[in-house]
Each structure stands twice: as C-alpha cells, then as structure tokens.
Design a protein around this ligand. Sequence first.
Ligand code: AMP
Length: 592
Amino acid sequence: MTFKHLSEYFSKLEKTSLRNQMTEILASLFHEAERGEIGKLCYLLQGRVAPLFTAVEFGMADKMVIRAIVQGLFVDGGKVVSVFKSEGDLGNAVQKLKLSESGKRKEDKELGIVEVYDVLYQIATSNGTGSQEKKINLLGDLLKYSDPLSAKYIVRMTLAKLRLGFSDMTILDALSWMLTSSKSLRAEIEKAYNVRPDLGYIGSTIKTKGIKGLSHVIPMVGTPIMMARAERMTTGIDIIEKVGKCAVEPKYDGFRLQVHFDGKNVSLISRNLENVTAMYPDIVEGVKKQIKAKKTIFEGEAIGINVETGEYLPFQETVQRKRKYDIEAKAKEIPLKLFAFDCLFADGEEYLYKPYLMRRKKLEQLVEKGDTIYVAHKEIVADPKRLEEIFQDAVTRGLEGVMAKKLDGTYRAGARDFNWIKYKRSYAGKLSDTIDAVVMGYDLGQGKRSSFGIGDFLIGIYDKKKENYLTVAKIGTGLTDIEWQELQVRSQKLRTKVKPENYDVDKAMSCDVWMKPEIVVEIRADEITRSPVHTAGRVMGPSKSGSALEVKVAGFALRFPRLERFRGDKKPEDATNLSELETMYDLQIGNK
Ligand code: AMP
C-alpha cells in the first residue's frame, strides 16, 4: 500500500467523529493492507512507530520540522513560517507549500508505507550527538519525495500531533470488523490485547493466522501485561460464600509494580503501564540479586519502610518515592520493599493462565532470601471467622486490609473479577471503599479560595460501555491549601474551550471551566445517595406530554465527598466505572 493511499484514509478518519464509521473505515484499511504491512500500519495510525508503552518518540519541535521543510522543499524559511502562521498547523502548511510547487514537483514518488515507516523509525530512534541534524536530514528527504497529502500527515506525526480521535479499542473493533463485518470478536481480541497490549503484534497475528492466532497469547518479557484487578466485598462470610476456600494475603498500601526481568535487564512497569524503572534503583538491584530466573514477569506491591522502626509507611510517604529528581537520596531515606504476589511468566513458560496455587509455587521458587523482595504472606482459609481474624490483624498492623484469592483462579489480564477480592477496613460512614473519579471541570473561586482560582470541582466516573464520563459530585471543601494549589496548577494544561464530547453533565452541574479527562482523584464519601442532577446511573425518558426528556431514575451522588489523594498512577479509564458504582451502592452497609 502506498503512503498516499494511507493518507487518504487518514483524511476520511479525520472527517468523522462517529465511532462506528471510524471502525468501518479502519476495517476496510486493514482489509487492504498486506500481511507485512498491518503491524506497522497499526503504529502509524497512532502517529507512532512503536507501541505506546515504549519510549520511542520523534522528539521534534516546530523549529526542527520547519528546517526539514526548508531543506526538503527548497523554500525560504520565512515563507514556511508565514504559511504556518496563516494555517495554524505545520501539516497544513507543508501540504499547501507542496501544492503550490506543483509544476516542478517531479520529485514525488509513490512511497510505500513500509518505506516511510522505516525512515520514520530511524528518525524516532536517532539519539545522541548529531541526532538533531540527522533527524532533520531524514525528514527533509522524506518530504522532498512525498506527495502533498502524505507530507501533511508525516509532518503531523513527527510533531506528535496526528490525533485521529480513536482509541486502541476502536482498532480492536475494526480488526473484528475486518474478519466478521461485526464487533463480535472484540471481546476475544481484547483478551489477547490485555496480555500483549501491542497493536502491531495483535494486528499482524490476526492478519496472518486469523482469530485462532490469538487464542493463547503468551506474554513477552518487555511488553507490559494489563494488570488484573480485584472485586470488593465487605465481610469474610460473603467472600467464602463466593469463592469457597481461598488464599488470604495482606493488602499492602503502596504501589503496584510489574517486574520484567530478562536475566540481565530489569524494567519496572506501573499500574498505568508507564515504565518507571529509573525511579526505583533499589528495587532494580533487589531483582538482580534475588530473582533466580533467566526470564520472568512477576508482580508485587512496593511499600516504604521506616528505616528506624522497620514499620510500613503510610501511602502518602511511600508515594514520595515517585519522583524524577533526587532519586538516590530519597531511596536512602525511604527504602522500598517489594512484596511479590504473582508470577505471570518464568523461563519460557507462561503462568498467567495457570491456577493461583501453581503461580504462587513458582513465585516462591523465583525469589531468593534477601532484604528487598519478599513473597507476600499467604494463608489458605476456609473458615470465615479465620478470614476475619487475619483481616483484623492486618488492619492493626497498619495495612489496608486483605486480598482473598480464588485457589484455581487464573490471572485475568486487564479484567476485574472475583478471582481476587479486596476486603478493606471499614470507616465510620456507610461506604467502606473509596471511589476513583476524574476531575471534569471547575468553578472559579470566591472569597478565600479565589486566590487558588478554583471554588469547587466536578468529578465523574467512567461508563465503560458508552466510553463517557458521568458526574457524581461537586467538591468544594476538604482540600488542604497545597491540594487546591496542586489542582490549580495541574488543571491549567488541561483546560478546554468547550465541554468535552464524552462528558454527560446535567445543566445544574455545568462548570465555569472544562477540563480534559486526565486527573484521577481518590474520593472518600459517607454514602452513595440518589440525585436527579447527577448523571451516573441516571435514566431519562420522555415526559408525559412527550415534548421533553425527564428524569425517570435519579443518578448516583456522593454524600460528603472529600479528597483522599491524587491518583497519578491511574488513567481516567481506570476510574471507578458505572457497574462498580452500582455494586458499591448495593453493598453499602445496611443497603443490602
Ligand atoms: P485497589 O487499588 O483498591 O483497587 O486495590 C487493588 C490494588 O491493591 C492492586 O492494584 C495492588 O496495587 C494492591 N495490592 C496490595 N497488596 C496486594 C496483594 N497481596 N495482591 C494483589 N494486590 C495487592
């Protein structure tokens, strides 16, 4: 396929915001692509040359791209800048410049997508001395030979501005559509994607082997696995009733790490699949010393330790280790221990589809005695009374509670189910667990808080089915001055002119300033109640007169919401989702 043809697809995709239409356009693109092209194509569609979890970026700013245009098109720099100014977008500018030179454009070649990809890959992976010049030369040459439309999209890609407006999930839908003209295979494809969230791999496997190729995807050291999550329950009796005899582990209140080790190199992956290796040199050392496997992927919870007393530190202190500077000094002040709780791959063999007990056994063999990595304590329990005792003991020792794990449960990458159940300490209110919500916008402050520029902020949860955000509360109290300031600073970059399309907000909850969904906050509340002005779980229907919609079932709202902490480790899509909120509403003490 030529890059020009792909660019025509980019244009089509840009013109629609309807997901179903995008899916069909992408499916037809995938149909046309050759086996050897589709993997690369999947990255290009994201404006990249490698999967999202790798740090391969183009690293080109406007100035560098302008120099490449000058070089490739033989035009004057002043001219490029002036067209850029009038167009407001360098991609459009290069397209216009190319079109205006049409008479002499003999240079245009039919560049293939693999050919363009290879050059883009070289651009993205050049680093070190002289790399700026190299990038400019490579891009200049590419622009010289490309047609105007291709040039537009190449430029946008190198500036990391190719935003076609769809998520990985739409690509998965489209792959299903390519095979069946429906989304019927999406769940199966997503299951594989959760084990190898690398669209290039998923795309090319489907194209070459069909859906069968994805039936038993083996994880790969270096490719993060989407992390399994836990359901919640509020008594030992309920837990035993649900899963029977189970393993009970302490629930450490730190942060989760997925460790990838190839015998030499260690990568540490955070919950939102960021590579955080550089932040935790003490854990890296610990893995090298204590892990006995040529290749492995395992998970654990890292938690800070008080150097004097040896006690666990509260989350607020542990989280200070998440930093980009003064790493070594902080590591001395707050050393981390990693409590390993799962093994997903070891020495060429996958473990994630194997039952819990087998995974634990392997984990115990992997970890040698030392002072950084420990295997999380576990006890097999069949009696709810014993479960309660372990839970109480954990809480007394300053832990968050316990995790109960189904003995024959597999590791459900990217899924939340009852293979893992979290049982956290209860608080005074009816609601025992916190909610992770996304900050959607805010109102300008009055009085004392006008100095922070924020009076209150609107939060929402995520509706996975509709892929939109639904409101549950506006919060105007309970933050420290520092927290208000942090919110203000972080919100600056996220302001949008209009309410984002995927926000469902009642007029009564409108905000002075809207924000892109990015900041995740953990919110504690006394209770989940019902309110007609919040849209989470709200059902609308035609009024009696039939002329307008009215509230048929009120939405869920939080009573006395307060900020527990910012959750930098969670993505907006990881916010509590609607079905979880429904369960939490049902589970509320006394609500059953
Ligand atoms: P939550 O973030 O409240 O949904 O709880 C799930 C989190 O608990 C996981 O993502 C881990 O970071 C953490 N955790 C602590 N101890 C364990 C454990 N023994 N097993 C699994 N997860 C644990």
